[in-house]
Write a protein that binds this ligand. Sequence first.
Ligand code: GDG
Length: 744
Amino acid sequence: MKLSLRFVLPLILVLAGIAYVVTPLVDQLTLRWFVRDIDMRSSLIANTVQEPLLELLASGRKAKIVNLFNRISKDERLYAIAYCATAKDAALLSRTLPKEIRCANLDQWEGPRDHLLLSAQGPLHVAVKAMASETAPEGRLVLVHDMKFVTLRSAETKRYVFYFFMGLAVVISLITVIIAQLSWRGWMAGVRALLRGEGLLVWQQGSEAQPKQSEFKPIARDLQRLIRELESESRTRDEGQVTWSADALRAILHGELRGEDVIVVSNREPYIHQRMDGHIEVQRPASGLVTALEPIMRACSGTWIAHGSGTADREVVDKDDRIAVPPENPAYKIRRVWLSKEEEAGYYYGFSNEGMWPLCHIAHVRPIFRSSDWEQYVAVNRKFAKAVVSEAKTKNPIVLVQDYHFALLPKMIREELPDATIITFWHIPWPNPESFAICPWRDAVLEGMLGSSILGFHTQFHCNNFVDTVDRFIEARVDRESFNVSFGGKLTAVRRYPISIAWPPEAEMVQKPVADCRSEIRQLNNLPPEHKLGVGVDRLDYTKGIMERFRAIERLLELNPEWIGRFSFVQIAAPTRTGIEEYQHHETQVREMAARINVRFGLNGPPPIVLKVQHHEPREVYEYFRASDLCFVSSLHDGMNLVAKEFVAARDDDRGVLILSQFTGAARELPESLIVNPYDADQCAAALHMALTMPADEQRDRMRLMRGLVAEFNVFRWAGRMLLDAAAMRRRSKLGERNGREER
Ligand code: GDG
């Protein structure tokens, strides 16, 4: 509309200006025409009157002449007619001549011009014709025409000129608007095509691409330059100069992936329905993965496929096993996949957690591989692949496959949906080729994973191990420069995407002041107000090095006995995979060790170790983080470790010390923590002592640096970078397809 007005308003103004100038000209022209007409008319009347008038003059019958004049002047336009024998005589006339016309002043109207007279009666036309007779050789006939009709005609002309220009304005405006709209649409479509890289002739080595439509030539180069600048700007932003947020991620997804078909597959579901004392409760598992992937699902209204593990999960789904979530404001769907007890035992507890988990973590627990577990793993992966195919709305969905439970899924999806963009993220470490060779189905696992378009790990070290493993065991082409693996005619990009946590943390988590957290947590655990406190938060898993942690505490008390009775360590240990024997054994060992150390150093005062084997709510976990003087993460091997980052996020008071195992992915990002080897008890004890005696300003300096890093490299960046890479990959393959078509 604005565009049309931009064209129409100036057009109307110009036409109005032309009308303003043209109207008086037309007026003058018509006046000239009328005057000329009346001149001719006057000559005609004079010629007609001449004969009878001369006869009457010759006979001297003046009364008859007046009668003749009266008859003639009945004509409505002829105002008066008179005869002057000489300049001195009085005139013979039809009715009273206007007083401005006298026989003595007729000369002024005798010429070819200036016949107009503005008298008191209005505008008049005066024509003087020589009408000499024998008796009056100077005789002249005066014909006076009324010109009022000219004024009326002039008004009428003005009206018509006005209507004419109005009509002209409407017609020209309509045509202009239609042409403008059509051209605008054409332009927009052309510019959009240029922005998408379409509408360009094939790129030639070392030259700019040329637009197909010649009218875009002048701007094509500028547009291409602009696009390149924006891309490099967004790359700079990617490098972490701007803080990523849920909103930024949503905006990017809207821009890059609007209308795309996005499917997430994970073992754990983001919302679990549990039956509790007669009512159904919705639980949200505390998981970084859910935090990271939810904005994607909300922005794309996608589908999240997961194992329906809640006791009331079946009661709430529709006939297609779907439920819209979040419950308070549905934005995407969960598609639940049901597993039998045998399937769960073989796929989840067996192959995934007794086989792959110890295989990928160097924690000196032997992996157990049973062929029956493998069969269930294959069958369950196939079940999920079917679910993905049935949920896909297009031939080329974006599928985000999560973790080691689904190593075979990428290939299975690729077989059914060859054009899908499959991003697999492996949340745990990838071992070296010798360690991986233990797996009896190693080739099938590798081939399964190479069905992915992008394969993500937390660290470059894990990417290197994976590429080495592929190079060693299967017939694939590995490009170590680009980190792409070519297998079965398809490329897999192996990339590093370090996972993180949401930033800023939820307001509810850091609501309670640190001082209140410190006093309340000490009271809750019957500890004196000034008691030093350390904290550990983990699933009760042997890879987390909880026993090594306890050994380090024991060593601290041996080497620095001044801490006996002045320092306690709270270990929150969430029960996990309790159906697996190794985990039951581990729990027993952890409990026994805590008890032994407490007997050794805690009989006369507060216990050095407070072991809490139970699930805690995220808010409670954060209260412990805020109440503690240090947090100890001693994983024997860990893909990333989110607890380290959560502790940093919880400390908005810039206090507290993080002790971090060198075998976590997080250690590469948080060098300001006290990095330790968890197997070296003396070193860990020294780090504990250093943390307990660290001056406040050193704590602040270290914590600020770590908080800066976690803020910048947060979970939205993790998800955003993966999806931006996927979007770029899709654009490139679209361009390739089009160029292929054009070459054909
Ligand atoms: C895998 C990889 C990678 C723990 N106990 C409780 C509780 N937690 C929460 C923590 C944290 C999460 O669980 C544990 O995350 P981690 O990263 O430490 O470890 P994994 O569970 O082994 O996760 C790991 C991760 O995937 C992401 O890719 O970092 O390397 O092994 O958020 O706070 N939460 C609650 N109660 C507990 O008792 N609410």
